[in-house]
Write a protein that binds this ligand. Structure first.
Ligand code: HPA
Length: 273
């Protein structure tokens, strides 16, 4: 049977047929956060359906293509549309694009997501620089026989989010006048949002933001020895005693506001890596 390593090689071969660039940085765009991809000087946009072993996106708010080109002169690849475990994909499928971007040559992975704000100090459209995470997902992309060509059996998680990249993000945000807060991201499976009792629990556990993505990709990125920087946009306020019903349309509208900030912040970070 073909393993992830061989599947990755096939996906890379197809991409390299269409694009001769060697990306230094990869980006995963979260729900409603696609604005940034407009700033990429795209050489080619490859629909996921054309890439061997790539899952195809089922969520309407995600376009489902790999954008290859340059961002501020830096060779760059961006996933417009990501995969979530709640859609029914395996963890290996959810994280396959990270393997592919690594094999294409990226050294740094930037991840964005839409998340609920658990910390009561957070406001709608705030940007959180993810400091650390708590993984409450029921499965793990690294489960199974380890392929030593991809990474070690027991990846260290003492610092999954690169210290220097976080520092660069904070300094850049300050210079641009974009407020950012550090925070702990909690990953849950979804697709339902949380009950008031669950938000209370997540706050007690030490979470600042909660979402249904990112952690699988981070685990695989760390396994692959990539440097990771991740941002949440706060799209709904998870205040257990004043909780309003969540509406996808509202979440997407707020994501667009935060996305506009990230679209100013991230290119500036990439330029100064
Ligand atoms: N919970 C989980 N995932 C989310 C939320 C939330 O409140 N908001 C956006 N993604």
């Amino acid at each position: 049977m073909q393993g992830i390593y061989e599947q990755t090689a096939e996906a890379v071969a197809l991409i390299q047929e269409k694009w001769s660039g060697k990306p230094k940085v990869g980006l995963i765009l979260g729900t409603g956060l696609g604005d940034l991809s407009k700033q990429i000087d795209a050489d080619v946009r490859i629909p996921y359906a054309d890439i061997p072993h790539f899952p195809t996106s089922t969520v309407q708010s995600h376009a489902g293509q790999l954008v290859c080109g340059k961002l501020r002169g830096v060779p760059f690849v961006a996933m417009e549309g990501r995969f979530h475990y709640y859609e029914g994909y395996s963890m290996q499928q959810v994280t396959f694009p990270v393997r592919v971007m690594k094999a294409l040559g990226i050294e740094t992975l930037i991840i964005t997501n839409a998340a609920g704000g658990i910390n009561p100090q957070l406001d709608l459209a705030d940007i959180v620089v993810i400091e650390d995470h708590i993984n409450l997902l029921p499965d793990n992309p690294l489960r199974g026989v380890n392929d030593d060509r991809l990474g070690v059996r027991f990846p260290d998680m003492s610092a999954p989010y690169d210290r220097e990249l976080k520092q660069l993000a904070r300094e850049t945000a300050l210079r641009l006048g974009i407020p950012v807060a550090p925070g702990v991201f909690v990953a849950v499976m979804g697709p339902n949002l949380e009950t008031r009792a669950e938000y209370r629990m997540l706050k007690t556990l030490g979470g600042d933001v909660v979402g249904m993505s990112t952690v699988p990709e981070v685990l695989v990125a760390v396994h692959a020895e990539l440097k990771v920087l991740a941002f949440s946009v706060v799209t709904d306020l998870c205040l257990p005693d004043a909780l309003e019903p969540a509406e996808l349309s509202k979440i997407l509208a707020v994501a667009a506001q935060g996305g506009e900030r990230l679209a100013r912040l991230i290119p500036e970070i990439v330029e100064n890596l």
